[in-house]
Design a protein around this ligand. Structure first.
Ligand code: ZN
Length: 242
C-alpha cells in the first residue's frame, strides 16, 4: 500500500492538484497531511476541503493554528502576517471547524506524524540543523517520524544508538527496529531553491520512503495572488523556491 505524505500545502491548490495527480499515477491510495494547509496562498478553503475529504490522518500546523485565531501572529514576518490576516477573513465555518479539531500528533503504520518536531510539537521547533534532527530521535519509537515545517525535504536514518546518516538520493528503506526522521518538504511553498512541489510516498510494509518533486503551473498561482493584492515577495518566492 502506497501512502502519500504531504505537508505545508499553504493554500496552493494548483500545486496540490499536481501532486495528487502524480501520486495517483504511482498508485497512492491513502494520503496523510502534516499541517500548514493554509497561510501564504490564495485557496485556503479549497485546500482544507481536499484534505478533509481525502486524508486519512491530518495534524495541525502553526499557520493553521493562527488562522483559527488560537495563537497570535506576532512571531510571523510582515508578509506571513498579511497573508494570515487575509486567510482568517477568508476561511469558511466548515474550514475553521475542521482545523479546530486537528491533533498535534498522530501515530499509525509504526510511524509518528507531526508538523514541526516530535519534541514538544506545540512549540513549533524548526528542525534545520543536524543537531536538531538528532535530538528528535529521543522522542519517537523505532519506525519513521514524518515532519514538515521547514519546507526543505531531507531524511536522516538512525540504524542504532551509535550511528546515523543523512539520506542521499530520492529514496531509501529502513529495517524493522531502526529509526528514520523524514522531512517531506512543502507542497505549496518549497524553500530549498527548487520551485517544484515536494512530497513523499511511503510504503509501510516495505519501510520504503521516496521523495518526489512535481512541476506545477506557478504562473497561474502568482497571477491569482497578484489579483488579490498579496505582497509581491510572497508570489515571487514561489518561482525561486525559497
Ligand atoms: Zn509552513
Amino acid at each position: 500500500m502506497k501512502i502519500g505524505v504531504v505537508s505545508d500545502i499553504h493554500a496552493n491548490i494548483v500545486a496540490l492538484e499536481a501532486v495528487v495527480e502524480h501520486g495517483k499515477s504511482l498508485g497512492v491510495t491513502k494520503w496523510i497531511c502534516l499541517g500548514d494547509i493554509v497561510g501564504y496562498g490564495p485557496n485556503p478553503n479549497e485546500c482544507v476541503e481536499w484534505v478533509k475529504n481525502n486524508c486519512e490522518i491530518t495534524v495541525l500546523g502553526n499557520h493553521d493554528n493562527v488562522a483559527i485565531r488560537r495563537e497570535e501572529h506576532e512571531y510571523f514576518n510582515p508578509y506571513a502576517r498579511q497573508a494570515i490576516v487575509w486567510t482568517q477573513d477568508c476561511l469558511s465555518e466548515e474550514s475553521i471547524e475542521f482545523l479546530e479539531n486537528l491533533p498535534y500528533t498522530a501515530k499509525a503504520y509504526d510511524s509518528l506524524f507531526v508538523h514541526a518536531s516530535p519534541k514538544s510539537p506545540s512549540d513549533w521547533f524548526y528542525v534545520t540543523a543536524l543537531d536538531d534532527a538528532l535530538e528528535c530521535f529521543d522522542y519517537f519509537r523505532p519506525g519513521a517520524c514524518f515532519i514538515g515545517h521547514t519546507h526543505c525535504p531531507q531524511a536522516v536514518q538512525k540504524p542504532d544508538d551509535d550511528s546515523f546518516h543523512l539520506v542521499e538520493g530520492s529514496e531509501f528503506t529502513y529495517e524493522k527496529g531502526e529509526k528514520a526522521l523524514v522531512n517531506v518538504g512543502s507542497v505549496g511553498q518549497p524553500r530549498d531553491h527548487d520551485s517544484k512541489a515536494s512530497y513523499v510516498t511511503f510504503d509501510a510494509e516495505d519501510r520504503r520512503v521516496q521523495f518526489h518533486r512535481i512541476k506545477y503551473d506557478i504562473a497561474k498561482v502568482q497571477k491569482q495572488m497578484k489579483e488579490l493584492e498579496f505582497a509581491e515577495y510572497l508570489y515571487q518566492r514561489l518561482s525561486k523556491g525559497r
